[in-house]
Design a protein around this ligand. Structure first.
Ligand code: MF3
Ligand code: CO
Length: 248
């Protein structure tokens, strides 16, 4: 069942979310050729700890790091590495912070130096999908209004929408109900209500939306080796509409 949150609880979740937002704000100007995803990992973990928060993904179902660092054809859950990022790469950094028992979750794709027009378009359209989804997350609407807006925009631009990784409710747990794919039909699915807190986190692909998992048990890649991008916010549904708790 979906756990509705009070305005007081939403403010507590926002505090955890703002730790994650600070991580992204800090890293954005630092991502350039030569930086390693292990360096990004350390910067994120330092910021999280400095706020008295916990890097929630470290140890979550055995995941070993505070961040996921997903380069090029990696869709999600890539491990931070010592390999320097190269001009033309795109990298998605995802993290979850726990503050006072509440969680905040946000992923962001970054360009490394100058990237190809295709990579640029994939990143732009993925961010637009997130924004279009959020705009549909109004009390009284249904989840299908959110997901169909995402799917329509992605596919009309020639991109795939990953089905195998889901968005989720969030609060004291990382994956609360509802768990949902970023595809659907308008007017279908769960009705969106004031007090819901959930992520919207479309993963778009240049080619096929099908994925494989590496032998490490985590790294999710596009089956055809083409690019993937992701933007994720944690949002709260209020009487006035959606609020972006992880707003940078
Ligand atoms: N943002 C991811 C999610 O929505 C965080 C999970 S990372 C994990 O589930 F690797 F720890 F699972
Ligand atoms: Co998430």
């Amino acid at each position: 069942m979906v756990i509705l949150k009070s305005t007081y609880e939403i403010e507590a979740i926002r505090k955890a979310c703002q730790v994650v937002a600070e991580c992204h704000r800090t890293i954005a100007p630092l991502i350039k050729p030569g930086i390693t995803t292990n360096e990004i990992e350390r910067i994120f973990e330092d910021i999280i700890l400095k706020h008295g928060a916990k890097p929630y993904t470290k140890g979550y179902k055995g995941y070993p790091y505070a961040t996921c660092a997903s380069v090029n054809d990696v869709i999600a859950h890539g491990f931070p590495k010592d390999k320097p990022l190269e001009e033309g790469d795109i990298v998605t950094i995802d993290t979850v912070a726990e503050l006072d028992g509440w969680l905040g979750d946000s992923a962001w794709s970054y360009a490394v130096g100058k990237i190809s027009p295709t990579a640029e378009k994939l990143m732009r359209v993925t961010k637009e999908c997130l924004d279009l989804g959020i705009a549909q997350a109004q009390p009284g609407n249904r989840l299908g209004d959110v997901t169909s807006a995402i799917q329509r925009h992605a596919e009309s631009n020639g991109f795939g929408v990953v089905r195998d990784l889901l968005a989720h409710g969030i609060g004291r747990d990382l994956h609360e109900a509802p768990n949902y794919m970023h595809v659907g039909k308008p007017g279908k699915g769960l009705r969106i209500k004031e007090g819901m807190v959930f992520t919207i986190e479309p993963m778009l692909t240049e080619g096929t939306y099908l994925m494989s998992i590496d032998p490490d048990g985590w790294t999710a890649r596009t089956l055809d080796g083409k690019l993937a991008a992701q933007y994720e916010h944690t949002i709260a549904i209020t009487a006035e509409g959606p609020q972006i708790l992880t707003e940078q």
